[in-house]
Design a binder for this molecule. Structure first.
Ligand code: HEC
Length: 205
């Protein structure tokens, strides 16, 4: 009797575990990640990145939805988003890349040299931040939401100072943005004091 009970109990437990593994997504109850036409891969290994490994907040904001469709970060050049992007940069990135992106243990992100050329596109830059690269460049999918990653990316793009760039070096810009885009100058830094107020960051329209 006891033996049979244990057997049945074990069987039931493993059946339950199997059913759980198959039918319940890894993050049941979380906001689903919006559909994307794009494939995201690890910058170094090329292995697929699973966007479901993101934090549950900030997954389906208008900016994330648009980015997952177009591959362009909608927060680029949106001034209301820069103060929060700066604040995120200062807390999550500046320790290794420098307060003004000049480079420390991590490389400068403001010049026209990229270790990984894929970072010239927003899709590639997002993948590096989300999934990490080599050594100390760890993944940031569990300390920044997808929407925060886009805000910090806008702050990075804002810092781009060339200097030997061509238009092909800036594929993150749309043709319309390219017309008004200006390279970063040192004095631009002070125009956008860091702010934790994420709600101030608004897309036009
Ligand atoms: C603990 C230190 C550390 C932190 C924190 C860190 N990085 Fe890095 N980062 C590095 C190192 C080291 C590399 C070089 C890795 C490599 O070459 O594979 C790097 C590389 C990069 C690259 C690739 C640059 C290129 O030339 O292709 C990007 C983009 C980047 N980091 C963005 C960020 C952002 C954004 C943050 C904050 C969310 C951040 N990093 C936080 C250390 C760090």
């Amino acid at each position: 009797m006891t033996f049979k009970y244990i057997l049945n109990g074990t069987l039931a437990a493993s059946l339950f575990a199997a059913a759980f593994a198959v039918s319940v997504p890894a993050h049941a109850g979380d906001t689903p990640v919006p559909p994307s036409a794009l494939k995201f891969t690890n910058t170094v290994s090329g292995d697929p990145l699973d966007l479901n490994d993101s934090l549950p907040d900030g997954r389906d904001t208008p900016a994330v939805k648009q980015f997952l469709q177009t591959g362009h970060n909608p927060y680029n050049l949106i001034e209301s988003c820069l103060p929060n992007g700066k604040s995120l940069w200062l807390s999550a990135c500046s320790g290794c890349h420098g307060g003004e992106m000049e480079g420390k243990v991590g490389p400068s992100l403001a010049d026209d040299y990229w270790t990984y050329e894929t970072n010239k596109t927003d899709q590639g830059l997002f993948s590096t931040i989300f999934g990490g690269a080599n050594g100390m460049m760890g993944p940031h999918n569990q300390d920044l939401t997808m929407d925060q990653i886009l805000r910090v990316m806008a702050w990075i793009r804002f810092h781009y100072e060339g200097p030997k760039h061509t238009d092909e070096d800036m594929p993150w810009l749309t043709d319309a943005q390219r017309k008004s885009f200006k390279l970063f100058k040192k004095e631009d830094e002070a125009k956008f004091p860091a702010s934790e107020d994420a709600k101030a960051c608004k897309l036009p329209g």
